[in-house]
Design a binder for this molecule. Structure first.
Ligand code: 76R
Length: 236
């Protein structure tokens, strides 16, 4: 998975000719349409959201079965007319993975349809997104990686219990990035009501696994941008 966050160079955008802007918008819409086909065929997924605040203007998330396919998309995106008006602000590389805390003994996880669906998630097209990277703390007595498996499993169970209260309200995609990027996991949450994201994260802060062992990077939040919204969003 690639999280690609960029700013828009609005000055350059406004200075461009009408036909250049039309071409850029059309290319962006064509890329999104092509990715929708990929998603229909269950060969990947994506998300495109505007971001609030100064950290970025939009986020593009791309999921594909191989890192090569993700790289190809990034390269094609970079060569598009639309990308000429963007400035990179943050990116994150990670992989969808199975939790070691959920594995059942003696079962090949890949034989389980629920697990297979988890390995090939389809990102919801809900109104809001929240993305942040995180670590588990390794500091003095608070070292997640020194805890025995049973204790970690118990803490993760408590965590998943809090999470499940938000079923249907918040969808989460947790991807692993040890050895791939600067933090250990990416957390991406989707909701129809942004306040449900805030409530969930607040509630989780009291779970020991977050209170004692969670460390967080910057938070990026924003709103869904559909193919049909794009012309209005970019209208000058
Ligand atoms: O995938 C599952 O539903 C199984 C249970 C589960 C695991 C294994 C689960 C459930 N999570 C798991 C693993 Mn989670 N999660 C976070 C954050 O802000 C914070 O305090 C932490 C950021 C949120 C908001 C969140 C939400 N989770 C993990 C891991 C990997 C740990 C490891 O392997 O050591 C991290 C870093 C992490 C962090 N989690 C859920 C949620 C929600 C909403 C659920 C319930 C999902 C559901 O069952 O519908």
């Amino acid at each position: 998975m690639l999280h690609d966050l960029r700013k828009i160079d609005w000055i350059k955008w406004k200075q461009a000719s009408e036909s250049e802007r039309t071409q850029a918008v059309k290319e962006l819409q064509d890329m999104l349409t092509a990715w929708e086909d990929v998603e229909e065929n269950r060969e990947g997924s994506h998300a495109f959201y505007s971001i609030m605040g100064h950290k970025a203007d939009f986020i593009l998330m791309i999921l594909r079965p191989t890192i090569q396919e993700v790289s190809d998309i990034e390269l094609r995106f970079n060569k598009s007319k639309f990308a000429e008006f963007t400035i990179p602000s943050y990116s994150y590389v990670s992989v969808v993975e199975l939790s070691k805390y959920m594995a059942k003994e003696g079962e090949n996880p890949e034989d389980n349809p629920g697990v297979r669906a988890r390995l090939k998630p389809r990102l919801p097209k809900w109104e809001h997104i929240c993305f942040y990277p995180m670590d588990k703390r390794r500091e003095g007595n608070d070292n997640w990686y020194m805890l025995p498996m049973d204790e970690r499993r118990q803490l993760m169970y408590e965590h998943s219990f809090t999470g499940r209260k938000y079923a249907g309200k918040v969808k989460q995609i947790i991807t692993g990035s040890m050895g791939l990027d600067d933090w250990e996991w990416s957390v991406t949450l989707f909701a129809k009501d942004m306040l449900q994201i805030k409530k969930l994260i607040y509630e989780m802060r009291f779970d020991v696994v977050s209170a004692r062992y969670g460390e967080f990077g910057s938070f990026y939040v924003g709103n869904l941008l559909t193919i049909d919204d794009i012309p209005d969003y970019f209208a000058v």
